[in-house]
Design a protein around this ligand. Structure first.
Ligand SMILES: [Zn+2]
Length: 401
């Protein structure tokens, strides 16, 4: 009797051990899939991106040259969800994805400078101060960066509202965080960037608009002076102007310059075919023709980068000035978000688009893992239909042979 009891006890322990072992295996599988899809996949995908080669002027020595190339990263439309329209799960998921993508890109690619081309927030246009503070806190955590990398942000319509809802208060609170209001000129490694408040280019003479235009004209004067240093008449006009590198600027703004629609845009991340022919509304989808012309006259840029449309596009203005529409960086807006990597010198530039993991691929991995998990559990509980056991039996037999 005692022997029977003890053997029953041993069997119970063995059964429990087997079940524990099975549960541990399941847990390991779940953990592996989670770690891959939420962490490692960003390294696997972004590791394949590289800084593009750029032509360097021959008279510079090779040591000088490699140090003089500015590595700039451009991304746009992060649209951090707010408290009104954002569901907590959607917020959590999107912000985790963007944080991982950004942090992985920083650690693998080590850019000198990162520009975000507006619409950082989704509800900056109407959020109250508490919600704004919360959005800013989350942004600063997600887009934290080491001191060797600078982060610059251009204002977008979702940050301060479209022109009709833009107020001095909203612009001021944006400026307090990002040190940007009307326009800004920054020069790094001899490369001039002009950051434009494109929401304020309505052209109706409103206070914010007039200030923005005045600021841009001042910057344009400064840049023109540095490019005409040799001419005598400009020497007088420019005597009190701070000297800048004589390099044509790169314009950075939220709204794209005027274009009729996206019909000419190509590429896997351009607008959907059914959307491409929808005409763009001036001052809403794109800048007005007048404001676009003014920017081209004032700055003679060698490159323009803009956001707002959430899709990719390449346009050539006046037959020679390229404009790149940078797609949204958020998976909420695209299945295939991306960012632009630019190797830039005072005279040349070369761009490369780095795609982030496809959302559909991540979902597929989860689905396959879920199905595998289901099969394993059913097999363990011996709930699978006879054909499965027949196949399992065959495999075992084959193995034994
Ligand atoms: Zn926008």
């Amino acid at each position: 009797m005692a022997t029977m009891r003890s053997s029953l006890g041993i069997m119970k322990i063995l059964h429990l051990k087997k079940r524990g072992c099975f549960l541990l295996k399941l847990l390991c599988l779940v953990a592996l899939v989670l770690i891959f899809c939420e962490f490692l996949i960003y390294y696997v995908v972004i590791f394949q991106c590289h800084w593009p080669e750029v032509k360097i002027e021959a008279h510079r020595s090779s040591k000088q040259s490699s140090a003089s190339v500015l590595k700039a990263m451009f991304l746009s439309d992060t649209h951090l969800l707010g408290e009104i329209k954002g569901h907590w799960l959607d917020k959590l998921r999107r912000e985790w994805q963007m944080e991982r993508a950004f942090q992985t890109a920083l650690s693998l690619l080590v850019p000198d400078i990162v520009f975000i081309l507006g619409d950082v927030f989704d509800e900056g246009k109407w959020s109250f101060s508490q919600a704004w503070a919360d959005d800013v806190r989350r942004f600063q955590k997600m887009f934290r960066h080491p001191v060797c990398t600078e982060l610059m942000v251009v204002v977008g319509n979702h940050d301060i509202g479209f022109h009709y809802e833009m107020t001095a208060y909203k612009l001021k609170r944006f400026a307090k965080v990002f040190n940007f209001t009307s326009g800004k000129l920054i020069t790094r490694k001899g490369v001039n960037f002009v950051m434009v408040n494109s929401v304020a280019l309505e052209g109706d003479g409103c206070t914010i608009c007039s200030r923005a235009e005045a600021k841009l004209m001042k910057l344009s004067h400064k840049l023109n002076c540095s490019q005409q240093q040799e001419e005598n008449h400009s020497k007088k006009r420019c005597s009190d102007v701070e000297q800048l590198p004589a390099s044509e600027p790169i314009l950075l703004q939220h709204y794209p310059l005027y274009r009729r629609n996206d019909a000419e845009c190509a590429g896997e991340d351009s607008a959907l075919p059914e959307e491409k022919n929808i005409p763009f509304k001036e001052k809403y989808d794109v800048l007005s023709r007048e404001a676009s012309q003014k920017l081209l006259w004032w700055f003679h840029p060698r490159l323009i980068l803009s956001g707002h449309t959430h899709s990719a596009c390449e346009v050539l203005h006046n037959g020679k000035i390229p404009e790149i529409s940078v797609p949204s960086f958020s998976w909420r807006n695209r299945n295939n978000p991306s960012f632009i990597m630019g190797s830039i010198t005072p005279t040349n530039f070369s761009l490369y688009k780095c795609f982030l993991p496809l959302e559909s691929r991540v979902v597929t991995i989860y689905c396959i893992a879920g199905a595998l998990l289901g099969v394993l559990i059913l097999a363990h509980l011996q709930l699978l239909s006879p054909p499965f056991y027949f196949a399992q039996h065959l495999i075992r037999k084959h193995k034994a042979v």
